[in-house]
Design a protein around this ligand. Sequence first.
Ligand SMILES: *Cc1c(COP(=O)(O)O)cnc(C)c1O
Length: 454
Amino acid sequence: MSTKSPQTLQWQALSGDHHLAPFSDYRQLKEKGPRIITEAQGVHLWDSEGHKILDGMAGLWCVAVGYGREELVQAAAAQMRELPYYNLFFQTAHPPALELAQAVVQVAPDGMSHVFFTGSGSEGNDTVLRLVRHYWALQGKPGKKTIIGRVNGYHGSTVAGASLGGMSGMHEQGDLPIPGIAHIPQPYWFGEGGDMSPDEFGLWAANQLEEKILELGEDQVAAFIAEPIQGAGGVIIPPDSYWPRIKEILAKYDILFVADEVICGFGRTGEWFGSDYYQLKPDLMTIAKGLTSGYVPMGGVIVRDRIAKVISEGGDFNHGFTYSGHPVAAAVGLANLRLLHEEKIIERVRSETAPYLQKRLRELEDHPLVGEVRGLGMLGAIELVKDKATRERYEGRGVGMVCRQFCFDNGLIMRAVGDTMIIAPPLVMTEADVDELVSKARLCLDLTLNAING
Ligand SMILES: *Cc1c(COP(=O)(O)O)cnc(C)c1O
């Protein structure tokens, strides 16, 4: 017999009867019904059964400043009263979008002083695809069309986003990728490094970029797109050798570098952007998520000056969204950036919270189920294995999903990517919150180990 409240059951019935959920196993969802999240404050969520849950994923990597920030609520309300909507098409603009553009480029790397706003990260990457091809056409090189992405990269769920990404499950549905997109292997040493050392493997993975450029021909390649740290792919932190070699290759060929900063941007690594952390010097950066801390949807693309110059001298750019630079989203973005500055949230991540989180997380490496703990800034991954030494997995046992369920049931949200448990908590976590996260994670690892051995 179900012990759920009538209200929860009612909502769950609505889910089955009327809602097609994003990224969900529909058969499982129908069986169990979704967990209904009703409230949140700080770094905690509450579900419709009154359970308090520590949000180890900051929503979907986005709620940087935590839940319940009245400053963002007030900014949205004030903007809705003054100008709830207007567009930026056809020679019009409004103050929030312009002021947010200025605030974003103030924190962006040197020489990147223009922003194109979108409604999401996926739309940002659609914009990237059209913008880089348009750029090369304006440069008299219309043949430079192909964009190189990476296997298991994630760049969103629109047709261009999913095509640029390298998620096989996404490519299988809807006949993707679209033409003009190629993929190279990912720098995932723990999963794919075999007998190579991490640095050997990092060099190998980076060299795949040069091989792909040579295979396609430099005159056919428009850009390379990559997340500084792969998020949805499993918090994959490249070996130290990877980015320096990629930068050497990019310097050798005339192709653009797009850093997808949707997760790494706005402080997650302890720097404003992942590109700052790794000194990537990209030509374009896709942003979203932390831009508004997820309170309202917004994304964009930050563009290097020499590219913005070519585009802006090129006449019409026939691209834009009804909600590009939406005034309410822009006002919330401004308020969010103000909080990041005034409360020195990123400095605190760098000097206090991230070092503490990383130290405490690594204590889990002694657990019999754990093959590796890695992390950087406010990102972490825990690899679940059968054999620590050989990195052998519990094949086909769904250990990650088992662990994820224990987490849910014990008041912690951790996400499972296969048998990799990942976290990306709000940047505003305290040391006590980190302690809660790590002790709940250990409990759930114990429960998982018991369950698979029992
Ligand atoms: C989430 C994400 C996107 C897509 O953003 P949406 O707002 O969901 O469209 C793109 N790139 C990366 C790296 C992401 O993590």
